[in-house]
Design a protein around this ligand. Sequence first.
Ligand code: ADP
Length: 223
Amino acid sequence: ANKLQSDFESIASHELKTPLASIGAYAEALYGHADVPEVPERREFLGVIRHENDRLLRMVNRILDFSQVEFGNRNLNRRTMKLQDVLDDTLHALAPQSMARHQRFEIDFPVEVPPVEIDPDLVKQVLVNLVGNAIKYGPDGGRIMIEGRERATSVEVSVRDEGPGIPESEVENIFRQFYRVKHEGDDLPEGSGLGLTIVRNIIEMHGGRIEVDGGEGTGATFR
Ligand code: ADP
């Protein structure tokens, strides 16, 4: 556990240093010209600082979520809940992001699917991360399909998008901390590579498991 924690901390501090260095450099440049109001790049530099600051904040929050789950400072606070209610909450929270990309949700979650004993805050985090990825990696105007099913001894939820999917050779890697699949050419959407690590940990804490159908070229399914 100690080794894991120190590996984690060294990667985390590396991830944090990059935006901090960029904030520092731009702040320094502005500071150097603090008395010259007509520096044309002023607005641009402030924009970078603000953007990098926001990114850093999101990253720090992500890392704190992660270490809470990973290093066991968080006990499950189980309640008997309908997953549909947690899903509604999640979709509400993510509506601005999906609307900005003109994506639509297709939900098939029958009311008969029975309630389950879950920690609602943590399970919401699972859904936020999975649906958030479907939004992020799915195309503009695409569909995001979410299904709930009762199985023999469990409830199964799947989230499917119409994005590029995940190459078979990468499916094992995506759950590793800070791991992100490299895409040829186009820019990678913002991320930390921690989302799925958190997802898997939370599901396993509940005694569940996660499966992925990479769906390269047609869209990923997380189940
Ligand atoms: P992040 O999205 O912050 O990079 P995650 O841990 O959530 O981190 O995901 C790890 C990687 O798995 C992503 O960088 C991306 O390459 C890949 N991935 C996750 N979800 C999807 C998806 N729905 N479609 C395509 N690739 C995905």
